[in-house]
Write a protein that binds this ligand. Sequence first.
Ligand code: FE2
Length: 156
Amino acid sequence: MKRRDALKRLGVLGLIASSVVPVSAMQSEKNTDVYQKYNSKIINRNFMKIKDSKNPTKGELKHTPEIKIGPKDKNGYTLVEITIGQQGIIHPSTESHWIDFIELDADGKLVARTIFEPGKAMGYAAYKVKLDGVKKLTAREGCNLHGIWEYTITLK
Ligand SMILES: [Fe+2]
């Protein structure tokens, strides 16, 4: 029996094809209501990049996260706002095309994640994060149709 047939018999291929989740989603999150309901509409998980950073297209700006740093509160947490996308070109949220998740990494480690309901929540998230000693923030988003986009800022 060929390997593919063996895998098919075990149902492995079907399982792989139907499991589309954010890059760093943990096993337990695959069972959340949002994933169960919209998994079949999340069709692009490729990492995307702006082709010419000096001349980004409207579509590229629409998918690139914008990071704004706000004030630090009395407990030492700093407001970090993430909007999709940049220069006021905001990504839509409809039943068939939406930002399905936003994640924030501090120095390469995931510190926050939000999952969005299509047609009901826009691609925006605000977190309060301890930034003491953090040098780099990366925001990552997934568009169900246009893939995964990242933007990194360096902190002073
Ligand atoms: Fe999109």
